[in-house]
Design a protein around this ligand. Structure first.
Ligand code: DGY
Length: 335
């Protein structure tokens, strides 16, 4: 039974139990029980009347969604650090506040970057398959020779919070860290990583390229055939950002031809539809967009949204608000 005093909220995907329980104490919560990926049309239909829309990177919160929900919608809270799936300009124009989940997932995402890097370099997919298949005939001096990390150059494209956590871990493996950002980091944050103002210059050094830059339409296809050709022969590519940043045709070509040694991919263009050619390549380690998928992290992400909304409903401005909401939108209170 819903309480009229609680703001109405719609939850597009199932969050962790403890987070959902906390949401129910604050909101009249309507839930997509099937946990299916809703189309924009379905969101418009099912979230009608909501003041808060809890979403994730699987939902396209486009102009149409925002406009159709705007008579009541005050906040979109996305369980993701990325917000390329939300039309921020439209949200701003409509006075709808958008919250996301930075910081709390940086360690988890960096761990997955290292998982991909290690599995790509040390042939994790082939190794696992060999043991499971029962075809392993025993240790051999030349079996499944990979490429080591120590002494290699890691180029981190996007040295934000996640990128810096990856750098720390890669340094612990003995790698030399280079990075490309729009601007260099202050020395304390750069921690001896070498800055390159030009992406192409950085790529020329990339024994391992880690793509950790926030996804955006402007970066679609930024890692294309020309840029892959700049990387040293037998380099490794790791992507934990968004699949759209990489030109699949170019990457698959380079992996098939042996121009690149391997790739580790956690993200794909057009998820969950993965280019079928990746499945056939032995030198690709694949994971299904699990960068932030630990229990602790998903709880922390959920709580960041809940606490941020609590602050907003009490007239505050949380750090995870992407732009200030319209003043009229702060008048109601939630606990
Ligand atoms: C993020 O937080 O942006 C992750 O990619 C999950 O969507």
């Amino acid at each position: 039974m819903t309480s009229p005093t609680k703001p109405r909220a719609y939850l597009c995907r199932r969050f962790t139990d403890s987070v959902e329980a906390a949401m129910r104490t604050r909101y009249a919560l309507h839930v997509n029980e099937q946990d299916s990926i809703l189309s924009p049309q379905e969101i418009v239909h099912t979230a009608q009347g909501a003041q808060v829309l809890f979403a994730s990177a699987t939902e396209q919160i486009n102009k149409e969604v925002l406009r159709r929900l705007s008579p009541t919608l005050r906040y979109v809270a996305t369980l993701s650090v990325g917000y390329d799936h939300i039309d921020l300009a439209e949200a701003q124009a409509l006075g709808i506040g958008v919250l996301h989940t930075p910081d709390v997932l940086s360690d988890a995402c960096a761990e997955i970057a290292m998982m991909l890097m290690l599995n790509a370099c040390r042939r994790g997919y082939e190794a696992d398959r060999l043991v499971r298949s029962g075809d392993w005939t025993g240790w051999s001096p030349t079996q499944l020779l990979g490429t080591g990390l120590k002494g290699k150059r890691a180029v981190i494209f996007g040295m934000g919070r996640i990128g810096r956590e990856i750098a720390t871990r890669a340094q612990a493996f003995g790698m030399e860290i280079h990075y490309h950002n729009r601007r260099p980091l202050p020395p304390a944050q750069a921690a001896n990583a070498i800055y390159h103002a030009n992406l192409d210059d950085a790529l020329r050094l990339a024994d391992v390229l880690v793509i950790a830059v926030p996804g955006s339409p402007q970066l679609k296809g930024v890692i294309n055939a020309e840029r892959i050709a700049l990387m040293p022969p037998q380099a490794v590519l790791v992507n934990i950002s968004r699949g759209e940043l990489v030109d699949d045709e170019a990457l698959i070509g380079a992996l098939s031809a042996g121009r690149l040694f391997a790739a580790g991919l956690d993200v794909f263009a057009n998820e969950p539809h993965v280019d079928p050619r990746y499945r056939k390549l032995d030198n690709v380690f694949l994971s299904p967009h699990i960068g932030s998928a630990t229990k602790e992290t998903r709880d922390a992400m959920g709580w960041l949204l809940i606490n941020g909304l609590d602050a907003l409903f009490q007239g505050g401005t949380p750090n995870n608000l992407l732009h200030p909401p319209h003043p009229a939108h702060t008048r109601e209170t939630a606990q």
